[in-house]
Design a protein around this ligand. Structure first.
Ligand code: SAM
Length: 274
């Protein structure tokens, strides 16, 4: 039953989506509290090249355990250089991506925003620095003035928002002129045309778009042991199957949907049309 809820959450009625999402993430965080040795700082499916050496980036030893999710962030940056930028990440989760980008790509300031208050408390304690901070908020009502950011980043989060057009309008509002919006997420294959038309209706042009679904599936293959280990270590037995779906372990329906291409994972670079 729990695993079915996990798979269906994005299709649930708008009203219950947000509380369910908040509950789910607070549950994960609650389970992580006692294990200070192995922290989960990313909540995405990861990225790997389709063959050969699976490493696309050089990482410090402390970042190695979460290599594939970090590689998804690296891919999400695409051709864009954030050095010296003021960056907003919407749906920053447990801050692994925000920390990775701030340390390796030197933006002037990076703000992570997430709906789950526990995520924000954890992130400010664990990753916070003079250039990196986290605030609680809703993607559909961004608590920032117009034109505050050079770049907005959004990784594996937009699919669960109640009103995606409102989110896009908010991103457009908080971006400066010539700002860049980096959007990386999954959709049912049949829903992609509608996503593209909502993006352009909100005043963005799609400068780059890449289908990374096979790369995400390969990352799940390569990361399977770590994901299963985390579930075994942190999740009560009765929820293990549901978390297996959430984590996309091999054999889960989510994993099969990526392999079949029914669910597509796309990475886009969008420019605010002037
Ligand atoms: C699958 S996690 C991805 C987290 C992170 N981007 C990563 O890749 O590790 C999705 C995140 O989106 C957040 N989220 C969901 N709905 C949101 C909303 N309406 N506003 C802001 N954040 C939201 C969740 O709390 C969660 O942390």
């Amino acid at each position: 039953m729990h695993d079915r809820i996990v798979l269906k959450y994005a299709e649930l009625l708008r009203l219950v989506r947000k509380p369910l999402w908040r509950f789910w993430h607070n549950l994960i965080l609650g389970r992580d509290r006692d294990h200070t040795d192995v922290r989960v700082t990313f909540l995405n499916y990861g990225f790997a090249p389709l063959s050969g050496n699976p490493n696309t980036i050089t990482l410090e030893p402390r970042d190695e355990p979460e290599r594939f999710p970090a590689q998804l962030y690296h891919r999400a940056l695409r051709s864009h250089d954030v050095n010296g930028d003021t960056v907003l990440e919407v749906g920053s989760g447990r801050g692994g991506g925000a920390s990775y980008i701030t340390r390796y790509f030197r933006p002037k300031r990076y703000v992570g925003l997430d709906l789950a208050p526990k995520n924000i408390r954890f992130c400010n304690e664990y990753h916070g620095s003079d250039r990196l901070s986290f605030v609680q908020g809703d993607a559909e009502r961004l608590p920032f003035a117009d034109g505050s950011f050079d770049t907005v980043l959004n990784v594996e989060s937009s699919r669960c928002y109640g009103n995606i057009s409102r989110f896009f309008a908010e991103v457009r509002r908080v971006l400066r002129k010539h700002g860049v919006f980096l959007l990386t997420d999954m959709r049912w294959k049949d829903d992609l045309p509608q996503l593209r038309s909502r993006i352009t209706a909100a005043g963005f042009t799609i400068a780059e778009e890449e289908n990374v679904t096979p790369n995400v599936a390969r990352a799940l293959d390569l990361d399977d042991r770590r994901r299963r280990g985390m579930i075994e270590q942190k999740i009560p037995k009765f929820l293990a199957r549901a978390f297996g779906e959430f984590a996309g372990v091999k054999g889960s329906r989510r994993y099969s949907e990526f392999v079949s291409g029914r669910m597509q994972y796309v990475s886009m670079l969008l420019r605010a049309a002037v």
